[in-house]
Design a binder for this molecule. Structure first.
Ligand SMILES: [Cu+2]
Length: 636
């Protein structure tokens, strides 16, 4: 039986496809009755097959789903690929022992149930004066390498909440209480109480409705109107805006993903990127506090952004003429869950594109406008905004927006800790870092590319440099995977570039795009610490690998309780040639977060990211054809 398929081979799974996949998992895999479906996603077609369909009229790639399950009945985990086109199981494989799938959002509730049903845990609460269990808020944090890796365990920490939906329970941490829960067997392994009977802080953490202050009253409205509508078109997942085109999707693990990004110039469609996403996000905390020291989370790989993605509200999250895409994710029972308005697409005026006042007095200028594709995920206390911007000069960029509530812990010593900031009596927020890893499968005018680093360098004194002022750009080509790592160097304006040697611009140079780092930081953990060994990807800001369909996640496919050296540090051991090959850039950028009082009780947005800019990709400024601003708004 043939099933109807989505309209584009890279469109994410539909509700019907998700249901079909879940049915096949239940009926065709022979697993126990007690399965939990962690994720169901489109198995994206192999790149060559996709390009053959797009460019050469080859057959449309078949629709397949890639699924990850936990089989609680058999204490194991399984990967399965099902064909939606042919309605059958294609293959299934048990994951190796001690390899654990991500923690599904619904398993937070399961961990809480285990805690509150356990007499040891209830006794520890009672010692703190807590008898109303309904008020206890429990978070299931990944256990990293701190617990038995042979079992799927989490460490649960807790706060005291209220019935008020505006309550900020992070103001009331339960100091020292850590429960170890087996998610698969739903059994309590251990209750560690490092500070029995510590009173619960009664600090306030209100951040809503002005938090006790009257709202400021001097804001007059700003209206964003586009009387003729937006300048982009959206058809299914296919988006085009002026000369840009791409496919926009929602992925269970990475959240927002962009595919097949191209720029059409003089009627020619020029490929720039096959796929762009944030493939991992690692957050190591830096505080020996007993409820903090183990917090080394891989938010993308251990939890997954898809199910945590917000449903956005017009006029609040996004302003202007908006198009939304829904996201489809799955419950732990496999039932599709639709996130309405998961992805926001709109345009923003961003001031000046270019300008010149000629010696004649003539003024020419163009106003800049950008296309914004964004989503926001709530991961427990934090909000992560994922914002991709496309510009009229051929550049594009990614910006993560970090907001939400800083994570808290209790603290009872009289001394201030150098690792945290006191927020109130008995409440601290700890130092930590957020490392994003972008996976950028750039295909600059096609897949055959070479990556290199550029640094500014001053020339030595000499006859050719008599003034000592000459400087140039020096190049380091990433020739093989084993030596294709680098970190940012603001002192030499270091950038990373991808060129296509087979295509030249008007001065004979290869066409290229460069990656311009934003603010960045190196990891602050000891190089041989557990988290560094499990997240080798954060050792460097840039890695280059040869495209491999199965190399998707730089800290490994299953970072939850992972063994050391998974993912990219293993892949580059193959030391494959990178010259004139299909290269993938992995750019790691860190937001160093030593919290401020101003981050409490809710944190103003902190942004971090990077830009991608054409360098000799075009023969001149590609935005000369942007018309001048409308005279109705421009009086001179
Ligand atoms: Cu932070």
């Amino acid at each position: 039986m043939e099933y109807p398929v989505s309209d584009h081979p890279l469109s994410p799974l539909t509700v019907d496809e998700m249901r079909q996949a879940a049915r096949l998992l239940r009926t065709a895999t022979g697993l126990s009755e007690r399965i939990r479906i962690v994720s169901i996603e489109l198995r994206e077609p192999a790149k060559a097959e996709y390009i053959a369909w797009r460019d050469a009229g080859a057959a449309r790639p078949e629709r397949e789903a890639f699924c990850v399950l936990v089989d609680c009945g058999n204490e194991g985990a399984v990967e399965a690929i099902v064909s939606l086109t042919h309605d059958r199981l294609v293959r299934q494989a048990a994951l190796p022992a001690s390899t654990h799938p991500a923690i599904h959002a619904e398993e937070f509730g399961l961990a809480r149930d285990v805690c509150l049903a356990d007499p040891r845990y209830v006794a520890a609460l009672a010692l703190r004066g807590i008898t109303d269990l309904a008020r206890v808020r429990v978070e299931a944090w990944s256990a990293g390498d701190f617990e038995d890796r042979s079992r799927r365990l989490v460490r649960a920490i807790a706060w005291l909440g209220t019935d008020d939906d505006a309550d900020n329970y992070y103001a009331r941490p339960l100091y020292g209480l850590v429960a170890v829960v087996d998610l698969n067997t739903m059994k309590m392994v251990r209750v560690d109480d490092h500070a029995p009977g510590t009173p619960v802080p009664d600090a306030g953490g209100a951040y809503t409705d002005g938090a006790g202050e009257p709202y400021r009253d001097d804001l007059r409205p700003i209206a964003i109107t586009q009387p003729e509508g937006a300048s982009f078109t959206l058809s299914g997942s296919e988006l085009s805006w002026q000369k840009w085109s791409m496919v926009v999707a929602m992925h269970p693990r990475e959240g927002l993903t962009l595919h097949d990004i191209a720029y059409t110039e003089a009627g020619e469609r020029r490929q720039i990127c096959h796929r762009a996403s944030i493939a991992e996000l690692v957050i190591p905390y830096g505080d020996p506090n007993p409820t903090v020291h183990f917090k080394n989370v891989f938010d993308t790989g251990e939890y997954g952004m898809g199910p945590l993605t917000n449903s956005l509200q017009l006029g609040c999250d996004c302003l202007g003429e908006i198009a939304y895409l829904d996201g489809v994710t799955n419950g732990i029972d496999g039932e599709p869950l639709v996130i309405g308005n998961a992805i926001c697409i709109h345009e923003e005026d961003v001031n000046l594109l270019w300008k010149h006042t000629n010696s004649s007095g003539r003024v020419d200028r163009a106003r800049a406008r950008r296309l914004v594709i964004s989503s926001i995920a709530t991961v427990g206390n934090y909000e992560y905004g994922f914002f991709w911007y496309f510009h009229q000069d051929g550049s594009w960029q990614f910006e993560a927006k970090l907001t939400g509530i800083v994570h808290t812990a209790g603290w009872i010593a009289s001394e201030r800790s150098p690792h945290s900031l006191p927020l109130a009596e008995g409440v601290v927020t700890s130092a930590h870092q957020h490392f994003f890893c972008a996976r950028l499968d750039l295909d600059v005018d096609g897949p055959s590319n070479t990556a290199f680093q550029t640094d500014a360098s001053c020339d030595p004194w000499g006859p050719a440099n008599p003034d000592g002022t000459a400087f140039r750009t020096v190049r380091r080509t990433f020739e093989r995977e084993g030596a294709a790592q680098a970190s940012v160097a603001p002192e030499t304006a270091r950038r990373f570039r991808v060129e296509n040697g087979a295509r030249r611009n008007r001065i004979g140079d290869p066409v290229s795009y460069e990656l311009i780092p934003g603010e960045n930081v190196l990891p602050m953990q000891q190089p041989d610490s557990g988290i560094r060994r499990r997240a080798r990807v954060i050792d460097h800001h840039l890695w280059v690998t040869r495209y491999d369909r199965d190399e998707r996640y730089p800290a490994g496919d299953y970072p939850n309780q992972s063994a050391p050296d998974q993912g990219i540090s293993q892949w580059v051991g193959a030391d494959e040639n990178l010259v004139d090959e299909d290269v993938v850039l992995w750019y790691v950028f860190g937001a160093h977060h030593f919290p401020r009082l101003e981050d409490w009780p809710v944190m103003p947005v902190v942004a971090c990211g990077f830009q991608l800019r054409p360098v000799g990709f075009f023969d001149r400024n590609p935005s000369l054809d942007v018309p001048p601003p409308s005279p109705a708004h421009c009086h001179r």
